[in-house]
Design a protein around this ligand. Structure first.
Ligand code: ZN
Ligand code: ZN
Ligand code: FE
Length: 751
């Protein structure tokens, strides 16, 4: 009889493979293929040796990637044949507890199905326990203070495990083997309800919260990365009271719904949308609302979309258990633009006037992390990248010659650390003109390099001399590499797709500092990661009033009317024509801002005279356009002048003023004209340069009729179109772009 030949392979797995149940998974997998050998971990990841018949070893290797635990990420898998050992059985080696320098920290993850089952199982020792978790789920980034990832350096350090929890933690075959936040009602954090003065209220906290919400109260809820303010979304009076208390007039509130069925009742969800909503990251997903969705009109007054998320911690799941609350408004408890509130004392002092009661717990939050926001639809677009995604690194095709720290922009600010092929983009850190947000940002600038053990050799910043991030760079005592704002947008999109260009960059943006000192925004660039040329832009107009132009849509409207008609017709703006005309003739910057063009057109159509929050006018204009998808495009032109290809909106504005069509038709016709003009500008650039790749980046691409129009037209012409999939299309993606531009320039010997 012929003996089956055995082989032995050594595998080295790099990536996110510690603290995510990888070794127990390998053990079970080896057992199911009846292989002998061992698995262990070291500072670089996990190593495995398996021995057995070749087909089974091959299947093991295949299944290792295909069936890896939900929170693991394999970035690199090296296999080599080694000498047979013939040992019996398969073993998990004891951890050496060496410096786990290259091992990743996972993002926070939604409660897994197994934990959810235990949470709701009356017989389980953790039934109803709001901090249940395992290696497949639970808090990570929001509790980690230092690395390597170990309980002692998390905010769970002050909760010694009871014998039962410790036994799970020590058992390599248990789902909670090395689950650092492992806890139970006997040994772990607790939750309680507090009045606004900080006095604990007696009784079952969740039942009380439910009763209070049903009675119309507003409750502050300490969650994973910060506090939310919650009230019932169906309760119009409560939602309006929340708006009044928060001093937030119109900016949409996010909702939490108990399950997918409840989501379907409020918004239109594609199967992809549903998958995103239910994904481990559990972002807020923006989707078109259903007609007659049963919520207060005050939830999101100026948009046709709703932002929805599902419960993502056991605490949130318990909130909905056994009570018919309907959808809840879940809005960050911090005042707009301020960093998240993270600790109990701070919450009591900052939220006392906002909340009728506070649901608190004693597991500290290591750092505030917002909910992530994604625009749903066929080409889902990240808007805010935070909880559930950070600090997962992006793996780039280019390799940076030196470690780089990029400081991002000014709005929706983020940081990026780049080392080798690995880029780590921070969570959303807010608007740096807000002093508290700036302090928080500077804290991260100081903390991140230490936390990730990446000592930056260069600092990359925006070209804008006035950005707080740019100004701070001078204090960091490193060589500074300045990156033009819209080049960074282009590079961010290329980089997240693992590309280096060349590409045509259609940038649809609010404002960014140009190489000529003017305010750019709607741009046609041609370039790669290292360099770019400005091929064209919107036809420029006067930006009068500086920052005020972003709040008063009539200011850009006046500039557009004057340029298109030669005058500002009386009664066309909420200010007297003579005053507006006088203002426009003052010395002012020229701009090609697409954001301001949208604002101006919204004002000309009389639909929005004040931006109460960023892009309110543009959102209202978009909502109108969506209602008339078949409207014909208004006239537009492309002009070639002074070596620039310019999208001329003056014929469009003239047609808008002359038209007597319904508002929806005008709004849609404007969108269609803009999409056609941008697409044509890109197509001409492609024909002239031979470059067939077009990147769409910048915050205005959140506008769906515009984005889809540009994409459809370019794809019909055989061009390849890329939009953002992993980092924000707005300024939240700038830091990544800056880092890769800096790296590419260093590689090319440019600076
Ligand atoms: Zn779990
Ligand atoms: Zn315990
Ligand atoms: Fe921008």
């Amino acid at each position: 009889m012929r003996v089956t030949q055995a082989v032995r392979q050594r595998l080295e797995v790099r990536g996110r493979v510690q603290g995510v149940g990888f070794r127990p998974f390998v053990y079970t997998l080896a057992a199911s293929e009846a292989l002998s050998g061992f698995v262990g971990n070291d500072e670089r990841g996990v190593f495995i040796e398996v021995e057995g018949p070749p087909p089974r070893v091959a299947r093991f290797v295949e299944r290792l990637s295909a069936e890896a635990p939900p929170l693991s990420r394999i970035h690199d898998l090296a296999c080599a044949d080694v000498a047979l050992r013939g040992e019996p059985g398969f073993h998990i080696l004891k951890s050496t507890r060496a410096q786990a320098a290259e091992v990743e920290i996972a993002p926070d993850a939604n409660t897994c199905p197994a934990c959810l089952r235990e949470l709701l199982d009356k017989g389980d020792r953790r039934a109803g326990y709001p901090f249940i978790n395992c290696t497949h789920c639970g808090p990570r980034y929001t509790i980690v203070l230092d690395r390597p990832y170990d309980r002692a350096v998390t905010t769970m350090a002050s909760f010694p495990m009871c014998a039962a929890c410790q036994a799970e933690y020590d058992d390599p075959h248990d789902r909670r083997f090395h689950a650092q936040p492992n806890a139970c009602p006997r040994c772990g954090p607790r939750v309680w309800l507090s009045d606004p003065q900080g006095r604990e209220l007696a009784g079952a906290p969740f039942a009380q919260v439910q009763a209070r919400l049903l009675a119309g109260e507003i409750i502050a809820i300490k969650g994973l990365g910060g506090f939310h303010l919650a009230c019932r979304a169906e309760d119009d009076e409560a939602v309006r009271r929340l708006r009044a208390r928060k001093g937030r007039a119109a900016r949409p509130f996010a909702l939490m719904v108990p399950d997918v069925d409840a989501a379907h009742r409020l918004v239109k969800l594609t199967p992809q949308d549903q998958a995103l909503l239910e994904s481990v990251a559990r972002p807020i997903l923006l989707c078109p609302r259903r007609e007659g969705a049963a919520i207060s009109p005050a939830v999101a007054p100026s948009t046709d979309r709703l932002g929805l998320m599902l419960p993502y911690t056991p605490l949130h799941h318990l909130l909905f258990q056994g009570a018919a609350l309907g959808p809840l408004v879940m809005t960050s408890a911090n005042p707009n633009a301020e960093p998240l509130c993270v600790d109990n004392d701070e919450a009591l002092s900052r939220l006392a006037g906002l909340a009728d009661a506070l649901l608190l717990h004693d597991r500290p939050i290591a750092r505030g992390v917002d909910d992530s926001v994604i625009l749903g639809g066929p080409d889902a677009l990240p808007i805010r990248r935070a909880r559930g995604y950070v600090p997962e690194p992006l793996w780039l095709s280019l390799k940076s010659p030196a470690p780089i720290l990029a400081l991002g922009g000014e709005l929706k600010s983020t940081l990026c650390l780049l080392r080798g092929h690995e880029a780590i983009l921070s969570e959303h850190l807010g608007t740096l003109s807000n002093p508290a947000a700036l302090r928080n940002f500077l804290g991260r600038v100081a903390d991140w390099p230490r936390f990730f053990e990446i000592e930056p050799a260069y600092i990359a910043v925006d070209l804008h001399p006035g950005y707080a991030s740019t100004r701070h760079a001078a204090k960091l005592d490193r060589p500074i590499i300045k990156v033009q704002h819209h080049h960074a947008h282009l590079a961010a999109c290329l980089a997240e797709h693992g590309l280096e260009g060349p590409a045509i960059g259609l940038i649809a943006d609010g404002t960014g500092y140009g190489t000529d000192g003017q305010i750019w925004g709607g741009e046609i660039l041609l370039g790669d990661l290292a360099r770019f040329d400005r091929i064209g832009s919107l036809y420029p107009f006067t930006l009068q009033g500086g920052d005020a132009a972003a709040y008063d849509p009539w200011r850009p409207a006046a500039a557009l009317l004057l340029a298109a008609l030669g005058e500002i017709p009386e009664g066309s703006l909420p200010v007297p024509s003579a005053l507006a005309t006088r203002l426009m003739t003052r010395e002012a910057l020229q701009t090609t801002s697409l954001g301001r063009l949208f604002d101006g057109v919204a004002s000309i159509l009389g639909i929005c005279s004040k931006n109460r929050f960023e892009a309110e006018a543009a959102m209202a204009l978009e909502a109108l356009a969506v209602a008339a998808p078949q409207a014909p495009a208004l006239p537009w032109a492309l002009i070639e002048a002074e070596g620039q290809r310019r999208i001329d909106w003056r014929p469009t504005v003239r047609a808008l003023v002359a038209s007597t069509a319904p508002l929806e038709i005008k709004a849609a016709g404007f969108h269609a004209a803009l999409a056609a003009a941008f697409a044509e500008a890109a197509a001409r650039t492609a024909a002239a340069s031979g470059v067939g790749l077009v990147v769409l980046s910048g915050g205005c691409f959140i506008n769906t009729p515009f984005r889809s129009g540009v994409r459809a037209s370019l794809e019909a012409q055989g061009l390849r179109v890329l939009t953002h999939q992993r980092v924000p299309t707005g300024d939240g993606g700038l830091a990544l772009g800056q880092a890769v531009v800096a790296a590419a320039r260093l590689s090319a010997g440019l600076r």
